[in-house]
Design a protein around this ligand. Structure first.
Ligand SMILES: O=P(O)(O)OC[C@H]1O[C@H](O[C@H]2O[C@H](CO)[C@@H](O)[C@H](O)[C@H]2O)[C@H](O)[C@@H](O)[C@@H]1O
Length: 405
C-alpha cells in the first residue's frame, strides 16, 4: 500500500502559461530561442561546494518533522498567511493568503484576463509518498485538472521525466514540461479545449488541418507541431524544447555509476528523469545521509558539467545549463504568444524549491499569481498559499466555477 509521508519538508511553487502554437521569431523560431536561452545561461558555479550533509539536513528541518500538535502548526500557518494582512490594503500587503479563502482577491486580479495554469506534480497534484513510483494522482484530481484544461491552456511542470509524469496524469490535452523544464512538449489532443487564444504564427514542418473556429470568427489551425529532427524522440512525437539534449549521454553514464554505488546505502534510490537524475534519501536512515552524499560526490567530481540541487529528501543532478522551471515558464509564455501581452494571468501552483524559479518569473513579469503548496511557513516568492493537494483540487474547481458562465 502507498504510504503517505506525514511530514512536510522544504517546498515552494510556481506557475506557467502557454498559448499554442509558438510565435514566429526572427532568430529562427522558438526552438532556436530555447537553445540560445540555455546556452546564454551556463551556470558554472552552481555545483554544491559546501557541506552536502548540512544542506540535506537544512532541507529537512526537524520542526517540520516533529510539529507536536496539529493546532500549533495551523496557528503558525495562519500567522504566515495574515501577518501583514490589512483588509483595506492591496494583495501584495497580505503575506501569503490562502488562494481558497481569498479566492476573491485572485479572481478580481484575473478578471478580464487570459488565464493560463501551470501545475507542479509531486506534492501539488499528488501527496508526497515514500515510493516515488507510487505517487499516483486520484481520479478526482484528474477531473479537476481536466476541467481547468478545458478552459485555459494548462501545463504540468515537473522534475520528473516527461513520460513518467504523463503516465501519472494521463491527460493528452495538457502541455508537459518534464525534467525540470528541460523537456517540453505540447498537447497531443484537444479534448473540449476552448482557450480561444491559439493562433498559428510559427513556421512548422507539420500543420494539422485547419478548421473554422466560431469563437475566433475565422479560420484557425487546430494544432501545429514543430518537429525538430535532431530532438525528435520517435516517429510522430513533437518536441518543443529540449535545451539539454547534448547532456543525455553524460546523464546516462552517471546514472549507471550511481546505480552501481547507491544501493550500498539501504533505502537510497536512483530515479532516471531523462535530462536529470534524482537520488532519493527519504527512506535512508539519517545516520547514513553523509555516506550517501559522499557516494554521490565521488561520482560527480568527475563531471564538472553536472550540478547538484535539492528537493524534498532528494538530491537532483542536472546539467550546468541555467535552465529551470522559470525558464520553462518563460518559454511557454512565448510559445503561447502571451509574452508581450498585459492581459494575461498565469497561475503557477507548486510546492518545491524548484518551483520558486517560476514564482520569481511571475514576480518579475508583475503578472499572475504564484501559489505555494505548504502546510508550514516558508520563504517564498509565491503570492498565495494552499496547504495540500486536497486544497489544490478545491482551488482548481473554484477556478472553473468562477469562469463558467
Ligand atoms: O517537480 P516535481 O513534480 O515536484 O518533482 C520533484 C521530484 O518529485 C519526486 O520526488 C518527490 O516525491 C516523491 C513521491 O511523493 C517522494 O518520495 C520524494 O521524497 C520527493 O522528493 C520525484 O520522485 C523526483 O524525481 C522529482 O525530482
Amino acid at each position: 500500500m502507498t504510504k503517505l509521508v506525514p511530514e512536510a519538508d522544504a517546498v515552494v511553487a510556481a506557475s506557467r502559461h502557454f498559448s499554442f502554437p509558438p510565435p514566429r521569431t526572427a532568430s529562427g523560431g522558438v526552438v532556436e530561442s530555447c537553445r540560445k536561452m540555455a546556452a546564454a545561461q551556463i551556470d558554472l558555479g552552481a555545483a554544491v561546494t559546501g557541506s552536502w550533509l548540512d544542506s540535506m539536513k537544512a532541507s529537512s528541518p526537524r520542526h517540520r518533522l516533529m510539529a507536536p500538535v496539529v493546532g500549533a502548526a495551523d496557528a503558525e500557518h495562519d500567522d504566515w498567511m495574515v501577518r501583514f494582512f490589512r483588509p483595506d490594503e492591496k494583495m501584495e500587503k497580505e503575506r501569503h493568503p490562502s488562494a481558497l479563502s481569498r479566492f476573491d482577491l485572485l479572481a478580481s486580479a484575473a478578471k478580464g484576463k487570459q488565464i493560463a495554469v501551470f501545475l507542479d506534480y509531486d506534492g501539488t497534484l499528488s501527496p508526497i509518498v515514500e515510493d516515488p513510483d507510487r505517487a499516483v494522482m486520484t481520479d478526482e484530481m484528474r477531473d479537476a485538472v481536466r476541467g481547468v484544461a478545458a478552459r485555459f491552456p494548462t501545463a504540468i511542470v515537473s522534475g520528473r521525466c516527461r513520460d513518467k509524469v504523463f503516465g501519472f496524469v494521463r491527460l493528452a490535452e495538457l502541455y508537459y514540461a518534464g525534467s525540470h523544464g528541460m523537456d517540453i512538449r505540447g498537447p497531443t489532443a484537444h479534448a473540449n479545449n476552448h482557450h480561444g487564444s491559439s493562433k498559428v504564427t510559427f513556421p512548422c514542418f507539420f500543420l494539422f488541418p485547419c478548421s473554422y473556429t466560431q469563437k475566433q470568427q475565422g479560420w484557425m489551425f487546430d494544432r501545429c507541431w514543430l518537429i525538430w529532427p535532431q530532438q525528435q524522440e520517435h516517429e510522430g512525437e513533437s518536441v518543443l524544447c529540449q535545451p539539454a539534449r547534448e547532456f543525455l549521454p553524460m546523464i546516462e553514464e552517471v546514472r549507471g555509476l550511481l546505480e552501481a554505488k547507491v544501493p550500498a546505502i539501504p533505502g537510497a534510490k536512483v530515479e532516471d528523469n531523462k535530462f536529470c537524475l534524482s537520488v532519493h534519501f527519504r527512506c535512508v536512515d539519517e545516520k547514513r545521509w553523509g555516506a550517501l552524499a559522499e557516494q554521490v560526490r565521488s561520482v560527480l567530481k568527475d563531471y564538472p558539467k553536472l550540478r547538484l540541487t535539492q528537493g524534498r529528501k532528494v538530491l537532483e543532478i542536472r546539467p550546468v545549463i541555467k535552465w529551470d522551471k522559470g525558464n520553462a515558464l518563460d518559454f511557454l509564455l512565448h510559445s503561447l504568444g502571451y509574452a508581450d501581452r498585459s492581459d494575461v494571468f498565469p497561475i503557477y501552483i507548486g510546492d518545491d524549491r524548484t518551483d520558486e524559479d517560476a514564482f520569481r518569473v511571475l514576480r518579475g513579469r508583475g503578472q499572475g499569481a504564484g501559489i505555494l503548496v505548504s502546510r508550514f511557513p516558508k520563504d517564498t516568492a509565491a503570492s498565495f498559499s494552499l496547504r495540500d493537494p486536497a486544497e489544490v483540487k478545491d482551488f482548481l474547481h473554484s477556478l472553473v466555477e468562477s469562469t463558467t458562465t
